[in-house]
Design a protein around this ligand. Structure first.
Ligand code: NI
Length: 263
């Protein structure tokens, strides 16, 4: 029987390897992922500049795919020209999603009306280009759901990244057919609500993610995060679900391939 290391396939559904936190060792780190079972990475855009960098990474690394979108906190930079540019990039061969897009009320800038406008415009863009969305929603549970309902987001499909709401909100997204990105936060001792939500969400709706360089799991909390920390997330989900780590890896990889249409 092959060793576990040889068979495992981990799908990292949300990372920011364009971030300057990786400037010193990006190439070596990315090239080391596969020997640790990380077979796929989605690098997620958060500003126009980061989308440009993401495109370059998709061209350089065969296992790395991209998402094109502008994070709610960066939507102050958007205008018609930038949106048209984003739309063009969605046709690139390794762009598999629109994101990360949404609402973030933790930060005061830009104002809510601006965030909402560009969330709606980017949802409409995803529908137009036929790609799923990667949703960022922080302290904005109700408004996010209201906008997604108004745009019939169930027809677009996608993932709620870094899901941080209650079981009740999870149920709403489950009914819309959405996936849930679960990362390092689930390992935090004080993440009681999230652990309950993970127990509640069916395995066929969970994706693994890190949000690297942010949100490193225990025992590396506070340090720079990378996909190499995903086994800690896998262990926690396996414990919460009462299944094996291999099952968590297999099922979540299958889920991500299905959502992002990667063969
Ligand atoms: Ni992110």
């Amino acid at each position: 029987m092959p060793a576990r290391e040889e068979t495992k396939v981990i799908f990292e559904s949300h990372a920011h390897y364009d971030d300057e936190a990786f400037d010193e060792d990006r190439e070596a780190l990315l090239l080391s992922l596969r020997e640790h079972g990380i077979e796929y990475v989605i690098n997620v855009g958060s500003s126009i500049e980061n989308c440009r960098k993401t495109l370059r990474l998709t061209e350089r690394y065969p296992f790395l795919y991209g998402a094109m979108g502008v994070h709610p906190s960066e939507t102050g930079e958007l205008n018609e020209e930038a949106l048209a540019w984003l739309k063009e990039q969605c046709a690139a061969p390794k762009v598999v999603a629109v994101g990360e897009i949404g609402l973030d009320y933790h930060w005061e800038e830009p104002e809510i009306s601006v965030q909402k406008t560009w969330f709606e415009r980017q949802l409409a863009l995803a529908r137009e280009v036929g790609l799923p969305v990667i949703i960022h929603s922080r302290e904005a549970a109700k408004d996010t759901l209201d906008i997604m309902r108004a745009h019939r987001a169930e027809e677009i499909g996608g993932v709620i990244h870094c899901f941080s709401y209650t079981k009740e909100t999870a149920r709403e997204y489950l009914e819309m057919g959405y996936y849930f990105g679960i990362g390092g936060v689930v390992t935090f001792r004080n993440a009681k609500k999230l652990k309950e939500a993970v127990q509640y969400i069916p395995m066929d709706r969970i994706l693994l993610e890190t949000d690297s360089p942010y949100l490193a799991p225990e025992p590396n909390r506070g340090q720079r995060n990378s996909s190499l920390n995903l086994p800690y997330v896998v262990q926690e989900i396996a414990a919460l679900k009462g299944i094996s780590c291999e099952e968590v890896e297999d099922i979540t990889s299958g889920n991500a391939k299905r959502l992002f249409c990667i063969a």
